[in-house]
Design a protein around this ligand. Structure first.
Ligand SMILES: O=C(O)[C@H](O)[C@H](O)COP(=O)(O)O
Length: 317
């Protein structure tokens, strides 16, 4: 009876709400068999900071043994694809650098291939970490700011004057790009604000409110870009999940049938929304990160996954 009910849910597309898969081996197998491609969020699904969740390497390997195409789609812009490959290797997770598609790469591709501003007026002022800089470099986009040690100092009285008269600004800057920034400063915000007031485009790798790490929550990219949003009254164009510009870039690079793809994530308003709005064949919510099941179970919920598990390793049955 349970088996028939599980199959009924899958057939009806989960009309009775998201299917709870943990502990239900036959439903897990049926769910996995529906898809050729799995898009994986990273923070909150595979790990929390440097803490690897149980049976992640084995789960990823199981999907590879089933010949599934895997793409690791992270909004964490502090690391580049190469940095993530090192992290995957360190965690024992079988993954290739070209399978990683982070928000820093998404932003760099958007700037270089979609915006295509004419040099030299195509420079980016970065409020973020090395991952953004590396990916801009990979797309040959000039930048300033970011991890520049000269900006990691107090705002001096003369800075107000030199920002106001433009002598501390770079006339080639046409874009302000914010990401998760572990080294925010008033000086960097003042420079970013000045560029935006001059008419620079306002982009963000992502605007996640929080960063899941060490089993807790910390200020996310949305929190570290908030001062510029408040000061200028402008909203950035975000190039991370749930942005469909990111989905289009991923589909363009990896070439897959969206109806045979499943988005796996821990956050409803980025990962699951990304998959639902992208028209993917399914979404799987994992309860080891930000969102709780109470946020999607019951009537009148905004974003509802196709299915959910307590932790990703439960897919091993
Ligand atoms: O604040 C952030 O940038 C996000 O919390 C973080 O980077 C999310 O990473 P993801 O879960 O998309 O791997």
């Amino acid at each position: 009876m349970i088996k028939m009910q599980a199959v009924a849910n899958l057939v009806s597309g989960g009309s009775s709400g998201p299917q709870y898969l943990t502990g239900d081996k036959s439903s897990i197998d049926a769910f996995i068999d529906k898809f050729d491609v799995f898009l994986f969020d990273c923070d909150g699904v595979l790990w929390s900071g440097d803490h690897l969740f149980p049976r992640i390497p084995e789960t990823i390997q199981m999907l590879r043994d089933k010949h599934k195409q895997l793409v690791f789609v992270t909004n964490n812009s502090t690391k580049s694809r190469a940095d993530y490959k090192k992290k995957f290797d360190g965690m024992g997770i079988p993954a290739h650098e070209e399978e990683v598609f982070g928000s820093s790469y998404s932003a760099a591709v958007y700037i270089s291939r979609i915006m295509k501003l004419q040099p030299p007026k195509n420079k980016v002022f970065v409020l973020g970490e090395s991952g953004v800089e590396q990916e801009l470099q990979s797309e040959h986009v000039p930048f300033c700011g970011g991890t520049d040690p000269l900006l990691r100092r107090e705002m001096l009285p003369e800075d107000f004057k030199h920002i106001a008269d433009g002598s501390l600004l770079d006339d080639d800057v046409a874009i302000v790009l914010t990401g998760l920034d572990y080294h925010p400063s008033y000086l960097k915000y003042a420079l970013g604000m000045a560029y935006l007031r001059r008419g620079a485009h306002f982009l963000a790798t992502n605007t996640d409110s929080t960063l899941p790490s060490a089993g807790s929550l910390f200020p996310g990219a949305g929190a570290t870009s908030a001062p510029l949003i408040t000061a200028t009254g402008q909203q950035p164009l975000a190039l991370g999940k749930p942005s469909q510009a990111m989905m289009e870039a991923i589909e363009g690079k990896f070439r897959f049938d969206r109806k045979k793809a499943c988005m796996v994530g821990d956050r409803l308003n980025t990962d699951i929304q990304f998959g639902v709005e992208g028209g993917l064949g399914g979404t799987l919510c994992v309860l080891t990160g930000v969102s709780k099941k109470e946020e999607f179970l019951g009537e009148g919920k905004g974003v509802v996954p196709s299915a959910y598990v307590d932790q990703l390793g439960d897919l091993l049955g």
